[in-house]
Design a protein around this ligand. Structure first.
Ligand code: PHE
Length: 497
């Protein structure tokens, strides 16, 4: 049996004693001696919810005078005053001009409208009441109705519903109040209950140290919690959802044994692109795609690095590759830019630790010249990582990415062949989301043209995934811009990650 509150016990006891009669709020107020109607209704409705009682609801409407109605009571209804005026003068003198002189502008128009509704017509500037008896009768009824409301409100019923409908169409003459009258009866389940279950007892709402230290808790009854009750949502501070997601990603990679690396936004084209064997005439290197800096316009790079890249790009260096051919421009390498991917961080990490096995990751901001739309921003984040060790392999890479996404809640991961200038083989990673495969990033094994100048012979598993795309899936957004709008209302409603 679900625990009943004391008030519910009291009300159910009364409903069981009523001999089958339904009890209303007033009855229950009197019988309980309570003063708060809400207590009666709350307890009775609680019983209905738990099926110990049934409720009957009767809707009714009452009509009362509105502000214009009260005025009409003092001045007379407009149509009544017009009728009186018409009756006071000869039919030939009932001209519109005379009417305008006798009534204020704000009344003459609506008044004529009302008389027309009662069969009046206007002929050669004169107002003619064709069926004066009928109009008089109807006006008398209206006057009587308004007058009757001076004393008391009326239940809307068949006998007055036409009058109510008429005055409802006239502004502020009457007001309608709808009420629901409820009454309750014990259900069979309520009648079957043992009387002992209805004995009121003290219910404990809060456990205190005192209670716990003594023995009394053994026999106490505890107040049930209604976990579905609407409660105000406290407006406390919280991390931005994107920040929460980054923290979660960090936790996942750390848990998988990776260490975190970071890097600068400002990089040279050499480290951002040449080190990755991206040909110097690659379209993504143009000003249309990449933000180059005016200040500093160029950055220094060690001479040895430059000549190694030059070698690899022009002829493959000491690898078996033939390179891209053409001539490599070291000034192009020195150009300063805003990093276009975080792969620059992992490459630099290998350059600094060429003979140390490493598993590192980073989540960082990158910059590309993109037109802002639903799925693109010129600044976004990548989730980057590498495994650099003697036995690194493609299956190891795929397993790592599968593990990462499944820890993030997406266990269906598939890879497809792809192309990047710096990896071979190259793959694209997709996850299954609501029946659709969505591409979340690229990965692969760095080419020898990349690793050889970095000073390592070990294979490198590398990946770079989109953060915002993942955030949109997790937060259920369909516009990337929503992630960057400082609308506290919207942000406070995003799910906690
Ligand atoms: N840098 C690639 C991008 O920005 C992703 C990538 C990283 C691909 C590492 C392969 C290896 O899309």
């Amino acid at each position: 049996m679900p625990a009943l509150e004391n008030r519910e016990r009291r009300i159910l006891a009364l409903l069981r004693e009523s001999g089958g009669a339904a009890l209303g709020v007033q009855d229950l107020l009197i019988q309980t001696g309570w003063t708060d109607q809400a207590h009666v209704v709350g307890a009775a409705m609680g019983l209905v919810e738990k099926e110990y009682a049934s409720v009957e609801e009767q809707e009714s409407s009452r009509v009362r005078l509105g502000p214009e109605g009260i005025k009409a009571l003092q001045l007379g209804l407009l149509e009544k005053r017009m009728l009186d005026w018409l009756r006071s003068i000869e039919p030939e003198q009932r001209t519109m001009a005379a009417l305008s002189a006798a009534f204020d502008k704000s009344e003459s128009g609506p008044g004529v409208g009302l008389l027309r509704g009662l069969g009046a017509i206007i002929e050669s500037g004169k107002l003619i009441l064709s069926d004066q008896d009928r109009a008089e009768q109807e006006i008398e009824d209206r006057v009587e109705f308004i007058r009757s409301l001076a004393e008391t409100t009326h239940l809307v019923s068949d006998s007055n519903k036409d009058m109510v409908a008429h005055f409802s169409n006239r502004r502020d003459l009457i007001e309608i109040e709808n009420t629901i009258t409820r009454s309750w009866k014990a259900s069979q389940k309520g009648l079957n209950l043992n009387s002992e279950d209805l004995v009121e007892s003290e219910l404990i709402g809060e456990l205190t140290p005192d209670i716990l230290q003594g023995e009394s808790w053994r026999s106490m009854e505890f107040k049930p919690f209604d976990i579905h009750a609407p409660a105000p949502i406290p407006l406390g501070g919280r991390p931005h959802p994107l920040q929460s997601l980054i923290d979660r990603i960090r936790a996942v990679f750390l848990e998988m044994g990776f260490s975190e690396i970071t890097g600068n936004y400002v990089q040279s084209a050499g480290w951002n692109m040449d080190a990755l064997f991206i040909p110097q005439d690659h379209p993504a290197r143009t000003m249309q795609d990449t933000f180059y800096l005016a200040e500093p316009a160029s950055l220094d790079i060690e001479h040895d690095r430059l000549s190694q890249w030059k070698d690899v790009h022009e002829s493959g260096g000491s690898t078996t590759s033939r390179g891209w051919g053409g001539s490599f421009d070291v000034n192009e390498s020195k150009k300063a830019l805003l990093r276009t991917h975080t792969t620059v961080n992992t490459v630099r990490h290998i350059a600094e630790n060429p003979s140390k096995p490493s598993r590192v990751f980073g989540v960082g901001r990158v910059f590309r010249q993109e037109t802002i739309d639903r799925t693109h921003l010129p600044e976004f984040h990548q989730i980057e990582g590498i495994i650099h060790e003697q036995n690194a392999s493609l299956p190891m890479l795929i397993t790592t990415l599968r593990t990462f996404y499944s820890k993030m809640g997406y266990s269906d991961v598939r890879v497809r062949p792809a192309y990047f200038p710096y990896t071979e083989p190259s793959i694209e990673v997709e996850i299954l989301w609501r029946g659709e495969w969505l591409e979340l990033g690229g990965a692969g094994i760095f080419r020898p043209e990349v690793t050889q100048p970095l000073g390592t012979d070990w294979p490198v598993c590398a990946w770079g995934m989109g953060l915002e795309r993942l955030a949109m899936l997790i937060l259920g957004l369909d516009d990337i811009r929503e992630l960057y709008q400082p609308d506290l209302e919207v942000l406070s409603k995003m799910p906690l990650l």
